[in-house]
Design a protein around this ligand. Structure first.
Ligand code: NDP
Length: 250
C-alpha cells in the first residue's frame, strides 16, 4: 500500500523509536520530506541516515515536546530547511506506570505535557501558517484504545491523556474544517515497541489473553496512516480509527 507524498513536508514527533520511527520511514518512502523530531539525537541521526540511504529526504530536529518554546520554534525551523510542513504526526508519548496516588506532581506534569499539551500547542503552531496561506493540511494524532477505556492496570493518567487527545482531534477538526485542515487520530492497541516492552516485562505476556494471542507490529499501522494522508480521506476529519486487532473492550 503506497501513496504519493511528493512535494509534501511532514513533522513526526517521537521519531527516535517505535511507531514514530516507522511513520517517518513510511512517509519518506512515499516521497515526503520528513522532519524527524525527538530528544535522542543519535537515534534521529541513525534514522535520517537510513532514510537517505534508501533515497528519501529527512532531517533530524531536537525537540522536547514538554517545552512550549521549542514547540513554537519547530515549524519555522522545518519550514526553512524542508519547506512549509503540511503533514503533522503527533506521536510522542510516555506511559505512567504508577498508581494514581503514588504519582509525583513532576510525573503528572510530564505525562500531561508530553501526551496532551504538546499535541495541542504543536497543532496550533502547524495550522496557523497554513490558515494564513490558505493551504490544506493533515494532522494525525496518536491516541490509544486506553483513551476510551481504563483497564485498571495502573496507567490512569495515561488513559486520561489519550481521552484528551481524542477530544482535541474532534474539536480541532471542527474548528479547522473550513480551512481544509483535516484532523484525525489513530487509537492503537498493543504494538511491539519499547513502550510495550516495558509493560510486558512488568505484567508478563498478558497479550496471550487477547483474542488473537499476539501483539501487533508497527508496520501493521502503515496503511491506516497513509489512508489518513491520502486523497481517499479528503472528507474524513474528526475521526478516531481504532487499530487494535480486537484487543479493546467489546
Ligand atoms: P516508544 O516508547 O517506543 O517511543 C516513544 C517516542 O516518544 C520516542 O521517540 C521518544 O523519543 C518520544 N518522546 C517521549 N517523550 C518525549 C519528549 N518529552 N519530547 C519528545 N519526544 C518524546 O513508544 P511507542 O512508539 O510505543 O508510542 C508512540 C505513541 O503511540 C505514543 O503516543 C503512545 O502512547 C502510542 N501508543 C502506543 C501503543 C503501543 O502499544 N506501543 C499503544 C497505544 C498507543 P525520545 O525519548 O528520543 O525523546
Amino acid at each position: 500500500f503506497s501513496i504519493d507524498l511528493t512535494g509534501r513536508t511532514a513533522i513526526v514527533t517521537g521519531a527516535s523509536a517505535g511507531l514514530g520511527r516507522r511513520f517517518a520511514g513510511v512517509l519518506a518512502a512515499c516521497g515526503a520530506k520528513v522532519a524527524c523530531t525527538a530528544r535522542r539525537r543519535e537515534k534521529l541521526d541513525e534514522l535520517v541516515d537510513e532514510i537517505t540511504r534508501d533515497g528519501g529526504t529527512a532531517q533530524a530536529f531536537d525537540l522536547d515536546v514538554r517545552d512550549a518554546e521549542q514547540l513554537k520554534a519547530i515549524v519555522p525551523a522545518v519550514s526553512e530547511s524542508l519547506g512549509q510542513p503540511d503533514i503533522l504526526i503527533n506521536n510522542a508519548g510516555i506511559v505512567d506506570a504508577a498508581r494514581a496516588v503514588k504519582m509525583s506532581t513532576e510525573l503528572i506534569d510530564d505525562v500531561l505535557d508530553t501526551n496532551m499539551r504538546a499535541a495541542y500547542i504543536l497543532s496550533c503552531e502547524f495550522a496557523r501558517p497554513l490558515i494564513e496561506q490558505k493551504t490544506p493540511g493533515r494532522i494525525v494524532n496518536i491516541s490509544s484504545i486506553a483513551g476510551t477505556h481504563y483497564d485498571g492496570g495502573g496507567a490512569a493518567l495515561y488513559s486520561t491523556t489519550k481521552a484528551g487527545i481524542s477530544r482535541i482531534t474532534e474539536a480541532l477538526a471542527v474548528e479547522w474544517s473550513r480551512f481544509f485542515i483535516n484532523v484525525n487520530a489513530i487509537a492503537p492497541g498493543l504494538f511491539a515497541t519499547d513502550m510495550s516492552d516495558g509493560m510486558t516485562s512488568r505484567m508478563g505476556n498478558f497479550y496471550e489473553h487477547f483474542p488473537r494471542q499476539r501483539i501487533c507490529q508497527p508496520e501493521q499501522m502503515d496503511s491506516t496512516l497513509l489512508y489518513l494522508l491520502s486523497p481517499a480521506s479528503e472528507c474524513v476529519t474528526g475521526t478516531i480509527i481504532k487499530v487494535d486487532d480486537g484487543q479493546g473492550p467489546r
